[in-house]
Ligand binder design. Sequence first.
Ligand code: MSP
Length: 661
Amino acid sequence: MPGKPKYYLTTPIYYTNGLPHIGHTYSTIVCDTIRRYKRMRGYDVVMTTGTDEHGVNVERSAKKAGVPESEFVAKMAAEWRALWDELGVQGDEFIRTTDLKHAHTVQWLFKQCRDNGFVYPGHYTGQYCIYDNAYVDVKPGENCPDCGRPTETVTEANFYFKLSVFQKPLLDWYAKHPDFIQPEARRNEVLSFVEGGLRDLSITRTSIRWGIPVPGEEPHVFYVWFDALTAYLSAVGGPQYEKTGYWPADLHLVGKEIIRFHAVYWPAFLMAAGLPLPKQVWAHGWLLMDSAKMSKSLGNVVRPRPIVHVLGMDALRYYLLRETVFGQDGNFSYDALIQRYNSDLANGLGNLASRTAAMIEKNCGGKIPKPSALQLQDTALATKAQEAIGEVLEQYDKLGFSLALEEIWSLIAATDKYLTTEHPWSLGENEADQQRRATILWTTAEVLRIATALTHPVLPESTTKVWSLLGQPVQVGSFPLDGLRWGQIVPGTPLGKSPPLFPRIEKAEAIERMEAMENEAQKQPSPVTAPAVASTPTAGGAATAAAPAAAEKIGIEDFAKVEMRVGQIKTAERIVGADKLLKLTVDIGTEIRQICAGIAQYYEPEKLIGRKVAVVVNLAPRKLRGVESNGMIVAATVGPEGRPVLAGFPDEDVEIGARLK
Ligand code: MSP
């Protein structure tokens, strides 16, 4: 999408040792709302979500389930993805920390930090909380101060990151970028943490097997946060981030308990590697249940599926964004959820849409009527709608979702009132009355159009229906909000079909149905023992082939079976009828091989001549589009479109035929 400004945002990369509850859902829905909003503001947006799949917790959970870790995480990741699909979440990138491209990025980032002198080997003994995946500052035998669970004493060889030297650079960065950490309370918290001095950080483990290996330093594997945070970068090109153009991220959205990792460690890692820093880290509050943080360990979680099943995904999205002031904690209650559903969605937006359509159908032949002379009440409503546009956009820009929705619903309430005072249904059939009715209904339809466009980021499903009910030509999700003005609805536009929107629901019955579903779900076997959910491709069709096999560890003897050598391309030509393939001849030292490579859309044949590449030379020959291919050229898969980037040897004059190990 050339020309559009890029916007990159991320959700946290969720642990796979559990399934999502509505706390996780909250973060993801917020991100998806911002993503949709930014699209409507003309940005070329990429949103990354994903799963954090390494660490001792996964090792233990997989063992308990009696399956290899790779199988365990593949099934859990598929569950997470399936749920986001059901919630209408349009993640562009779903990164799994077991993806190969992620492993390469982590290893590359480590190398940058090490080459720049910010990594050193050492030993560490400390109390470790395996639930939070962090060393904690307590004595042996004491529990984790964050989650209250037992800690373990761990001594191990590891690599340290020199976090201590980043105190001043970080403080300078915060001072220069006052909006880097949001909201204010979190910024102050981070500032005083950093001002108190930083200790060097252990970034590898030798006690854990299930992790990304530190190249040349086995059995070291990367420590969870060095691994997980890097996923944000892996998703948009990793070492090749400049080519995708999405790094630095515009926004990392996280829950408040992980702000420190994002606002201290992550920028320090990036500084150490000489990489650009994200523009903002926003920490939202927690969803509470009975005044405690909703969490699996406390057993007070509410799952999203039953809510979506009974009330629809928009109801959950609306409730989460409307009920909690963004940045603060919010209490979840079924009562409040259904109350909001009935009053705001069924009686509010849903009712306004269906009664407007019914009146236009009955009185105006199913077409948007033509207004005539406007009266004071009409222009007052028009002014309110026009002002609402500005205010809502301003609130969305500040992530003030509840205020944005409050503003839209105040417009809906004003329109309901307008209809009550103007009562178009009681006007007669004489010309003056008909004209007046047409004006009222045009005005109402126009408010509805504006409210629908403004609400779309939060209620994607129902607003899409209302938009086509109003006969609007383009998809509401691609409507440019910058061009939204009062008076654009065109008289004569035929209405679309009237869809069912938010049927009213009886509270007790709804709660009973949701609870029954929740109980039923708990009786089901865990996804790890059940057959895998088919993993669905992300909306952007991104290259996310998270092959479980990629995560499986192989022995060195397995790797040794693959013979890779440095080759030099001698000739390159296109293959007629195969627009992705190039036919190459490659000198591998001992012979010249013919190899087909799927790189034709990204590499000009003539520019490849003389280039040194990595070649798998002991692959069985096969035919591609009828042309024999005897070997394989190694390439990285980069970006949402899965662009191949040839592995090469730019810095060294390597000998043709040299073996890669
Ligand atoms: N894997 C780490 C994050 C690594 S990011 C590079 C992790 N995962 S998690 O599965 O525990 O997800 C934590 C995130 O889920 C929180 O930061 C928050 O965004 C969301 N929430 C989990 N419980 C929550 C609530 N009760 N309320 C609101 N959000 C919560 O931490």
